[in-house]
Design a protein around this ligand. Structure first.
Ligand SMILES: Cc1ncc(COP(=O)(O)O)c(C=O)c1O
Length: 391
């Protein structure tokens, strides 16, 4: 029989699936997958339920319901000072993942190059490759995740169509600095490229930080595409409601890709997200504050166990250095930890195309305190057992 498309056919089972299966098999606490174990605001959920039962459940407008497009434009103004036309510059998608896929399909042509920064969120490389483009990877490494200006500049060239950038960044938990953003913007402009900005964690930044979209930099309003996700902003990851903000020239082809991919997103969820986006500052402060406390709680537990943590500026994730434990690599550590300790995490090397660092693992801390404490307790008991066995 004829071959199927190699981009997807040749993908082996991802380490995420391997770890999740192993976690189920061994009844492990799964700190591998990135989702909160408590749902977001009740009033947002209630509104979605009401809209489901009393509202219309037919195809909503292709670009998204009016209320949500207006709310996304209003949120852009409120949080980032961006003046966005809700009618021509906002598109609602079925999650940020669909938005990323639409952007790749609409902006990238075969033969293009797309600059992307390792460690990478898992769908980036398949989407770039399926669009017929070549990824030009710039590598950041823990613990400082510093962006090397020379390496970034070297990744851009005559064939660069876009940079795909995730800020705040999963899995590195890095927020790009103002200097780094300025550098990225300069290169994008110099090479007449676009910036596809995955900013799903824009409201999950810690220690008094504020997220600054690349789109707000001089010259980037027309070149940047900004992607957000209600899943992250309202701790409702199963809803898969995303939104794209871009100038009309870019949004127009992205909308066409969306038209022939999902066409729409459930109207009741859109209406509830529109309501949620207008929530007061206390909601947004609470979201980041709660997660910051969880970060601190879990980080303190890891440090007490002798596992140094990598700075975490935002997102759901924190990484730690496992060098002192004597494992061959991060993959064997994660497998053994899942089976013997009953705690699952993800090896950092899985987020690199090849040859990633092998002594860091990523934990998701957006879980109830008792779950985090139980995970630390299990790790502590496991490490003590290992110490006794090797004594
Ligand atoms: C960096 C990043 N981008 C995109 C997504 C996907 O977002 P959504 O669930 O809205 O498709 C995630 C989810 O974990 C993510 O971490």
């Amino acid at each position: 029989m004829k071959t199927t498309n190699p981009v997807y056919t040749n993908l082996s089972m991802t380490i995420f699936e391997v770890m999740s299966r192993l976690a189920i098999e061994h009844d492990a606490i799964n700190l591998g997958q990135g989702f909160p174990d408590v749902d977001g605001p009740d009033d947002v959920k209630r509104l979605a339920a009401e809209e489901l039962t009393s509202g219309l459940n037919q195809y909503p407008p292709m670009m998204g319901v009016v209320e949500l497009r207006q709310a996304v434009a209003a949120a852009n103004a409120r949080f980032h000072g961006l003046d966005i036309d809700w009618q021509g510059e906002v598109l609602v998608t079925s999650g940020a993942t669909e938005a990323l896929s639409d952007c790749m399909a609409a902006l990238i042509e075969p033969g293009d190059e797309v600059v992307a920064v390792e460690p990478l969120y898992d769908c980036y490389l398949p989407l770039i490759r399926r669009a017929g483009a070549t990824p030009r990877l710039v590598r950041l490494t823990p613990p400082d995740w510093r962006l090397d200006p020379a390496m970034l500049a070297a990744a851009f060239g005559a064939r660069t169509k876009a940079i795909l950038i995730n800020d705040p960044m999963n899995p590195a938990a890095k927020a790009f600095t103002d200097d780094e953003r300025a550098l990225i913007a300069d290169l994008v402009i110099k090479h007449d490229a676009y910036a596809i900005c995955d900013e799903v964690y824009e409201h999950i930044v810690f220690d008094g930080r504020r997220h600054h979209p690349l789109m707000t930099l001089p010259g980037m309003r027309e070149r940047a595409v900004r992607i957000g996700s209600a899943g992250k902003t309202f701790s409702l990851t199963g809803w898969k409601v995303g939104y794209v903000t871009a100038a009309p020239r870019l949004l127009d082809p992205i909308t066409k890709a969306h038209q022939f991919t999902t066409f729409t997103t459930p109207p009741n969820l859109q209406k509830a997200v529109a309501y949620g986006l207008a929530k007061g500052d206390d909601y947004y402060r609470g979201l980041a504050g709660d997660l910051e406390r969880k970060r601190d709680r879990f980080a303190a537990g890891l440090v007490d166990l002798g596992l140094p943590v990598v700075p975490c500026a935002g997102t759901y994730f924190i990484s730690c250095d496992i060098s002192s434990l004597g494992f061959a690599d991060d993959v064997s550590f994660c497998r053994t930890m899942t089976v013997e300790a009953g705690v699952a995490a993800v090896p950092m090397s899985a987020f690199y195309d090849r040859d990633g660092p092998k002594n860091f693992v990523r934990f998701c801390f957006s879980k109830r305190d008792e779950v985090l404490d139980e995970a630390i307790g299990r790790l502590s008991a496991w490490l003590a057992r290992r110490d006794r066995a090797s004594a």
